[in-house]
Design a protein around this ligand. Structure first.
Ligand SMILES: NC(=O)c1ccc[n+]([C@@H]2O[C@H](COP(=O)([O-])OP(=O)(O)OC[C@H]3O[C@@H](n4cnc5c(N)ncnc54)[C@H](O)[C@@H]3O)[C@@H](O)[C@H]2O)c1
Length: 250
């Protein structure tokens, strides 16, 4: 496996999609750094118990200084970050219409969902480019490509930019053996999604999907694993629509 021994940094991996990605990439052989506001001791313990290598770092991904420290600590403890998964994000919870939205909420959503991707990408690139191999994956959302319930404009706008960032970045890093892509999932059964809409929302979303099964975090982890592999070496600048057939985008 091409990623054996490589260092993967996953943001927001104490729970949900990020947690599943950390466990999957560790099973693929990567040394995993988990950066989250919340403690990730149980994820680290699970990976370690299965023979993998993992470290947890507490940081607010929207804080530039904390991001730089987390990346520097990862490089010291584990080595050069060659796989970066920009996963941490806030859901539009509770949904808030533009007319009712404070500037603070708009900025906070962009800070956590988008600025974090810029901060981490910029922090890992010096060593990643020197290494001559890299994978960067941003979590976007199918809500960018579908008509979704009102109250998510801040979230949808930031997630649209996550795809744009990957596409623009891909051109800048291609000469260094680095790919940059985004994944746009439909609703996935995670603590964040369940807090937003519960099982009722997951059931309602099924009606929009061709595949009538609720998406699980491991489904997205599988896509990340593929994008991180050498089999995906020629896929870059793309938004991968891992959405059970809920959108059709050309
Ligand atoms: N679950 C879905 O239905 C779905 C669908 C499409 C896209 N996504 C995206 O996938 C990503 C993961 O979603 P999820 O549902 O697993 O989320 P979640 O809410 O279940 O977990 C998010 C994790 O990010 C961490 N986090 C939040 N803010 C942070 C901050 N400022 N600094 C550091 N860590 C922070 C949380 O502590 C938590 O561990 C998000 O970017 C989300 O927008 C999710």
């Amino acid at each position: 496996m091409a990623i054996t021994g490589k260092v993967a940094l996953i943001t927001g991996a104490a729970s949900g999609i990020g947690r599943a990605v950390a466990i999957r990439l560790a099973a693929d052989g990567a040394k995993v750094a988990i950066v989250d506001l919340a403690p990730a001791d149980d994820v680290v313990a699970e990976i370690t118990a299965n023979g993998g290598t993992a470290r947890g770092y507490r940081a607010d991904v929207s804080n530039e200084e904390q991001v730089q420290k987390a990346v520097a600590q990862t490089e010291t403890d584990l080595g050069t970050v060659q796989i970066l998964i920009n996963n941490a994000g806030l859901h539009p919870d509770p949904p808030t219409k533009i007319m009712d939205m404070s500037t603070a909420l708009w900025h906070k959503t962009f800070a956590v969902d988008l600025d974090s991707m810029f901060f981490f990408t910029r922090a890992v690139l010096p060593a990643m480019t020197r290494s001559g191999w890299g994978r960067i994956v941003n979590l976007s959302s199918a809500s960018v490509y579908a008509v979704t319930p009102p109250g998510g404009a801040h979230y949808v706008s930031a997630k649209a930019a996550a795809g744009g960032l990957a596409t623009a970045l891909a051109v800048e890093v291609a000469d260094y053996g680095i790919t940059a892509n985004a994944i746009a999932p439909t609703t996935v059964r995670t603590p964040g999604a369940l807090h937003l809409g519960g099982d009722a929302m997951l059931e309602a979303v099924l009606a929009t999907q061709a595949i009538k099964r609720v998406m699980e975090p491991s489904d997205i982890a599988g896509v990340v694993s593929f994008l991180a592999s050498d089999d995906a070496a020629m896929i870059t600048g793309q938004v991968i629509h891992a959405d059970a057939g809920s959108t059709r985008v050309n």
